[in-house]
Design a protein around this ligand. Structure first.
Ligand code: GLV
Ligand code: MN
Ligand code: MN
Length: 402
């Protein structure tokens, strides 16, 4: 499975993945998912929001155990963020069948669409639509960098956009969702463990900062006469770093758009996207409030106008304690003590976080020796991935028998 997915959507220039929602690379990933489902005799379906499902047993029976993740990527992403959870789901099912496991609950494998939000700016679109966290009206307003709307992109990829919307009946059939994911930090490497269990996801969001000034000639416009928005943007980047350090949080300007984007023109517009995350809501508010206040002062000082728009937000997620304890018990052996499984929080967002308000949800992390993620250098050793599959199989078996 891993070898089949590796070339899909991979840039030969960067070695990274460009699997953006509703593009041909995404379609290839979706075809792969469908083929995996059908090869195993699972019941395959695409839901109204374009998420893909593969079922063993009848989901209408309810109280299903579901596992999976996503196949899309950030720009020049790694191979593991997302696909490891989907590949491991199919591999865990194979292992359960090999063990002759008897499951009394339906088992589902899911590929959530557009988790990274690389194309339309909002993460977890598939799961947000399903839970209603993203309304149909909001979804219709999502536009990519070329001005193509989400419904247009869906339609072009063969999915009927008229069907999108909340899917409470689908959610009601799920008794537990477990997402396996490559760790995106080094906690497991430092503790010497292959596998961890998630405790919580930091609150996080994306804010768009539009600094508007005046386009003019880079050679003939006196410095004193300029209204250059790049200056206030640059100072704001430094302010974000400072505010994050003060609050023990993180803040990143990782994407920027400049108009007219000419070497010899003072910009008329600098648009920067702030991604910020913190352990608690108060710290996050402090960081973003501080960055915005500083940005307004810098913009005023340089004769620029500033608009700040919150494009997405996900509150803190505390994963279901009972399910988390059940995972620890299953993975820890009968006594729960002979195998220590660390429990860790994360600053990364996941579909599991979106679902957690509606369904008992848990996550398993697989060791990442460098902690690098959202980069072609993202890595997990084969032994650790196999340990992840085995742990996931144990968890699914433990849950689906109860
Ligand atoms: C998704 O990976 C995110 O945390 O941005
Ligand atoms: Mn990611
Ligand atoms: Mn992910």
């Amino acid at each position: 499975m891993w070898a089949e997915l590796l070339p899909v959507g991979r840039s030969s220039a960067s070695g990274g993945y460009r699997r953006y929602a509703w593009t041909p690379a995404d379609t290839d990933c979706r075809t792969w998912f469908r083929e995996q489902a059908e090869a195993r005799g699972l019941t395959y379906e695409t839901d109204r929001n374009g998420n893909q499902w593969a079922w063993l047993g009848d989901p209408a029976a309810g109280d299903a155990v579901v596992t999976g993740s996503h196949l899309d990527s950030v720009p020049d992403g790694g191979a593991f963020d997302g696909p490891l959870g989907v590949v491991s789901a199919f591999a865990a099912l194979d292992e359960l069948r090999g063990r002759g496991a008897r499951l009394t609950r339906p088992l589902g494998i899911v590929n959530f669409g557009d988790e990274e939000g690389a194309r339309f700016g909002l993460a977890c679109v598939g799961s947000r639509l399903t839970t209603g966290a993203l309304t149909v009206e909001q979804a219709h307003r999502l536009t990519d960098g070329d001005g193509i709307t989400l419904p247009q992109a869906m339609e072009a990829a063969g999915h009927d956009p008229e069907t999108i919307g909340p899917d409470p009946e689908r959610l009601a059939r799920i008794g537990a969702f477990v997402e396996l994911h490559v760790e995106q930090g080094r906690a497991l490497d430092l503790s010497g463990d292959r596998i961890g269990i998630a405790s919580a996801i930091w609150p996080h969001g994306r804010w768009r900062f539009d600094f508007r000034g005046e386009a003019n000639h880079a050679g003939t416009t006196r410095l004193a006469d300029r209204r250059d928005p790049m200056l206030s943007y640059a100072e704001t980047v430094l302010a974000a770093r400072r505010e994050a350090e003060l609050a023990g949080a993180v803040a990143t300007f990782g994407k920027i758009a400049v108009e007219p984007n000419g070497v010899n023109a003072i910009p008329s517009l600098v648009r920067g996207w702030l991604d910020s995350r913190a352990a608690d809501q108060e710290s996050l508010d402090t960081v973003v409030g501080g960055v915005e206040k500083a940005a307004r002062e810098y913009a005023a000082a340089h004769g620029a106008d500033l608009d700040v728009v919150r494009e997405s937000f996900t509150p803190v997620v505390e994963f279901d304690h009972a399910l988390r304890d059940e995972l620890a018990r299953i993975l820890g052996g009968d006594t729960g003590t002979d195998l220590r499984v660390p429990v860790l929080g994360t600053g990364a967002g996941h579909d599991a976080g979106i679902l957690s308000g509606r369904v008992p949800t848990a996550m398993l992390f697989v060791r990442n020796p460098t902690g690098v993620s959202h980069s072609p250098a993202e890595y997990a050793a084969e032994d650790d991935c196999v340990a992840g599959v085995s742990a996931l199989a144990d968890v699914l078996e433990g849950l689906a028998r109860t």
